[in-house]
Design a protein around this ligand. Structure first.
Ligand SMILES: Cc1cc2nc3c(=O)[nH]c(=O)nc-3n(C[C@H](O)[C@H](O)[C@H](O)COP(=O)(O)OP(=O)(O)OC[C@H]3O[C@@H](n4cnc5c(N)ncnc54)[C@H](O)[C@@H]3O)c2cc1C
Length: 422
């Protein structure tokens, strides 16, 4: 949707296909990051966007055993909005599509499912589409697959996926929020599990991180045992865990981390989850998808407008985005390593003194802030006015960041290895 908006804004004729009849879907992340808010500012849409109902998350904190510490404080960012806006993804998508519809070259077709790619002389030249009134063929100068982690288009184009392997799954559910509950996003680690609680106003979107493929085993223990596990990790929820009435209230997110070796073929480009499914760690999947869209629009809008063959520009989009994706996925894999220790014992967790020291020193905070808040190196809308930085300061920031990542990774490992279970 973001790419559709940006291309239409540049005058490119763009057709966005969505297989569902609307954007109402199960929870799949509601985070609009400071970098996305910055893009909306650059596009002149921020003020309008912030009129939509949202919650502001200004910091992330974690509780390990009974030890609580702040992981990131977004108020330290140098962006217009120093918070993550929590908003249902469908509101965000509806907002973007309404803005895009103001451009005459934008065409959104709901209930249009792309089922296959069309070739002409080895080049992809369009897609077959299942519609309520039958199959259609839509021809295009360029097909962009933004059809998510189970992308049918990348499969149809025979693009190879490199799986990174993940030790976790997430079980998502809702629990009502009381006025005295914590305001900000909380990760609570204890009793061999991590519970994420995202404040959604009158309820928490809760995610229990469990060992990969353990959902069947958890189900066999029964819903009462599940409720007990949740209440043990977050005692303040009390009787409210009874709101998880049955397994119908619990949705499994089978976590994947992967990326395509090649994000493109002549006539086709993959971006977002279709090019790289992200782990929920750091909650950055939406941010990366939006950033891919901006990079793709910046590189492709002009050649598309000139009706040039864009094949030679597709590798540039991959090159621009791949390193950032790899670094983010690398950090996610590193964080997954910590889960092996968390899962080791179902007993209460008592963090060691070293762990507390590391956590209190906020050594990892600049990294978490960067990765969660704005992304490794954020994209900007071409031509948008923004603060310019000298080459020297950009270089100093990059070197500082690399050194920070190395230091934080080492200390994080040391700290995590010394987590003690009683
Ligand atoms: C449970 C869950 C929680 C998550 N939490 C977070 C979070 O807190 N923060 C975060 O940043 N990320 C989160 N993510 C990840 C995030 O949702 C994705 O990284 C992000 O939405 C990717 O955007 P995308 O546009 O590439 O793909 P998607 O958002 O998956 O969009 C793909 C779209 O294409 C449509 N589509 C699919 N196939 C076709 C087809 N063949 N033809 C036409 N249309 C099609 C789909 O209906 C969908 O609307 C979460 C994901 C899940 C599943």
């Amino acid at each position: 949707m973001m790419l559709g908006y940006l291309l239409a804004r540049s005058g490119v004729a763009v057709t966005v296909l969505e297989k569902h009849r609307d954007f109402f879907r199960d929870f799949r992340g509601d985070t609009v990051h400071p970098s996305t808010l910055e893009l909306l500012y650059e596009l002149g849409l921020l003020e309008e966007f912030l009129k939509l109902r949202h919650e502001k998350v200004t910091s992330l904190s974690a509780t390990v055993g009974d030890f609580e510490f702040e992981q990131a404080n977004f108020e330290r960012l140098h962006t217009h909005c120093r918070f993550v806006a929590i908003m249902p993804q469908w509101d965000f998508l509806n907002f973007l599509s309404e803005q895009a519809k103001q451009y005459p070259t934008f065409d959104l077709r709901l209930e249009h499912e792309a089922t296959d790619v069309l070739y002409e002389n080895e080049r992809i030249t369009g897609v077959s589409v299942r519609t309520p009134s039958g199959t259609e063929h839509i021809r295009a100068d360029l097909v962009v697959a933004c059809d998510g982690r189970h992308s049918a288009m990348r499969a149809a184009a025979h693009l190879q996926v490199h799986e990174l392997g993940v030790p976790i799954d997430v079980l998502w559910f809702r629990i009502s929020r009381a006025s005295q509950d914590p305001e900000q996003v909380l990760g609570r680690i204890n009793f061999g599990k991590l519970l994420i609680l995202i404040n959604r106003g009158d309820y928490f979107q809760a995610g229990l991180v469990v060992q990969k493929n353990s959902f069947d085993q958890i189900k066999r223990k029964g819903i009462e045992a599940f409720r007990h596990d949740v209440a043990r990790i977050a005692p303040f929820l009390g009787e409210r865990v009874a709101e998880i009435k049955s397994w119908d209230d619990v949705k499994l997110l089978s976590v994947q981390i992967n990326r395509l070796k090649r994000w493109h073929r002549p006539g086709l480009l993959c971006i977002g989850d279709a090019a790289h499914a992200m782990s929920p760690v750091f909650g950055v999947g939406i941010n990366l998808a939006v950033q891919d869209a901006v990079a793709a629009a910046n590189i492709l809008a002009r050649p598309l407008l000139r009706k040039e063959n864009t094949d030679r520009y597709l590798e540039r989009v991959q090159r621009r985005r791949e390193l950032r994706t790899r670094i983010t996925q690398g950090l996610q894999v590193l964080a997954h390593g910590a889960f092996r220790y968390i899962f080791r014992s179902e007993g209460p967790l008592r963090p060691s003194r070293l762990f507390k020291l590391v956590a209190r020193a906020h050594i990892a905070q600049p990294i978490v802030l960067r990765v969660v808040g704005v992304g490794i190196v954020p994209e900007h809308v071409a031509g948008a006015e923004r603060e310019s930085r000298s080459l020297g300061s950009t270089l100093a920031r990059t070197v500082g960041m690399a050194a920070g990542i190395a230091a934080a990774a080492t200390v994080f490992w040391l700290g995590v290895r010394r987590l003690r279970n009683d």
